[in-house]
Write a protein that binds this ligand. Structure first.
Ligand code: NAD
Length: 464
């Protein structure tokens, strides 16, 4: 028997109760979660993340706690209106009826999350699931054991397990959970595992949201403010040591500005970390040895192909890799074959923007695509001729923190979206509703058909 069958059954017996809760009741739960994150457990979260991969406390406040709190604040503010019936038009041919959409909870949901922003990417979707009135089983990552254990404690302090429960463990646990007929599965992780999740979901026809990853191109043209672009790209690439799904993965710089741009990039990196990243309290580590080895191997592979190391390249035993920039990157390099997910930035150059568009369109559709430019024509052309989950012009990553925008990918980088109303929608079914008052059209065109009814149908076809 599946080890999680009992827990699943408890939630199955309970989901309709939770689904029938009012906005006020759901808001009470969201406030309890907000209090836990903002006050009761804030210091413990910082400590756990520091112990897991030396995440700086300020980064934890900014990239783990703040996004969940801001998600909660928006849900508290908007939940009454999201839950309201949404009236829609009814055509004249259906006279005597009115129509509306009612968002209803999906039921019993599974949230599987990754290790790179464990709190944000576990509790963020949980906020949407609670707002939509679901019961939830959370399966956080095994690679951040301190944080995952703490999240279990936090959830236990607020919820009964028939409403929200945390299950800890790795692949075997995930695999067992995926056998159960959840009403919705919300998965954040790699495209490779996303395919496994989608296959498992198909067995039960569970609906899915897949928040995946991939290579996010970053384009810098000659019209860009190079110093500012370098600062923002350095921040976005080396925050969390590059372990961010929407970090700039590789750079495409217009050939004639490559040299000054790389000079600014180096200056910015030195400024961020006082020219001594290894000792800096503002820089974290790679999550574990396996990923450290993978990234170290990718740098060595690139250099063996003759690619040029222009910044960094240092590694140390405590899973440290310095901010690294590699120029003239070859296509055969491992760095260009797979998502980097680490503090290594390969650089390519171009002469015409069409070369970049062609290159991007040859690969998988990115989760994010960034453009640093003042040339509106070129910006429009890139957006019109490529596809990506999100784009930010003259900055990177910050589009994620606007919860009025949907967050998600396309195809290989994801299916569906999260954040704000879009997260609420992902965890809801849109139930179509119609109510007939008095006479309706069918009352006039039921058999037996006669000349009058044929005429009515002809009028309907032509005019209504
Ligand atoms: P991962 O896919 O290896 O693991 C994610 C989760 O899936 C973990 O909880 C893990 O235990 C589970 N899992 C792993 N293998 C499994 C299997 N065979 N069957 C079932 N479950 C399995 O991802 P990761 O290494 O934790 O995170 C990095 C990846 O996640 C990157 O590709 C990154 O781009 C992506 N990511 C995407 C987003 C987003 O919002 N789109 C955010 C963060 C990370």
């Amino acid at each position: 028997m599946n080890p999680y069958q009992e827990l699943f059954k408890k939630q199955l017996n309970h989901y309709s109760v939770i689904g029938a809760t009012t906005a006020k009741e759901r808001i009470t739960k969201l406030k309890a979660l907000k209090k836990a994150l903002e006050f009761d457990y804030r210091d413990s979260i910082k400590e756990a993340l520091y112990n897991d991969f030396k995440k700086p406390h300020l980064d934890t406040d900014l990239t783990e706690i703040y996004p969940v709190i801001s998600e909660i604040k928006l849900a508290i503010q908007k939940l009454h209106s999201w839950m309201e019936p949404q009236p829609v038009k009814t055509p004249l041919s259906l006279f005597g009826a009115n129509s509306w959409i009612q968002y209803q909870s999906k039921g019993v949901c599974l949230i599987i999350s990754p290790w790179n922003f464990p709190v944000n990417l576990t509790f963020g979707p949980l906020v949407s699931a609670i707002a939509a009135g679901n019961t939830v089983i959370l399966k956080p990552s095994e690679h951040t054991p301190n944080t995952s254990k703490l999240m279990e404690r936090i959830v236990k302090s607020i919820f009964k397990e028939e409403e929200v429960a945390v299950v800890l463990g790795g692949v075997e646990v995930s695999t067992a959970l995926l056998e159960l007929p959840f009403h919705h599965i919300f998965f954040t992780g790699s495209p490779k595992v996303g395919k496994i999740v989608m296959k498992a979901a198909s067995e039960n026809l569970s609906s899915i949201t897949l928040e995946l990853g991939g290579k996010s191109p970053t384009i810098v043209d000659a019209t860009a403010n190079l110093k500012r672009a370098a600062k923002r790209i350095a921040w976005a690439k080396f925050l969390n040591a590059g372990q961010i799904c929407i970090a700039p993965d590789y750079l495409f710089v217009e050939e004639k500005v490559k040299e000054p741009f790389l000079k600014h990039l180096k200056e910015q990196i030195d400024r961020f970390y006082d020219s001594n990243t290894g000792e800096s309290s503002s820089y974290c580590r790679i999550v574990n040895q396996a990923h450290h080895q993978r990234l170290k191997g990718a740098i060595e592979h690139a250099l063996s192909l003759g690619d040029q190391l222009v910044i960094g390249g240092e590694t140390a035993k405590d899973n440290y890799i310095s901010p690294t920039v590699i120029d003239s990157i070859s296509e055969d390099s491992k760095l260009m074959q797979e998502e980097i997910f680490g503090p290594i930035l390969p650089v390519k150059t171009y002469h015409k923007i069409e070369e970049v568009i062609q290159y991007v369109n040859k690969g998988e559709r990115p989760l994010a695509l960034y453009i640093y430019s003042k040339n509106n024509k070129s910006i429009k052309q890139i957006i019109a001729q490529t596809r990506a989950g999100s784009s930010c012009i003259n900055n990177s990553i910050i589009q994620y923190s606007n919860h009025h925008l949907p967050f998600g990918g396309v195809n290989n980088s994801g299916i569906g979206s999260s954040h704000g109303f879009y997260g609420f929608k992902s965890f809801s079914s849109e139930r179509s509703l119609m109510r007939q008052y008095g006479w309706g059209p069918l009352d006039f065109i039921i058999p037996p058909y006669n000349k009058f009814k044929k005429k009515l149908v002809a009028i309907t076809l032509k005019w209504l």
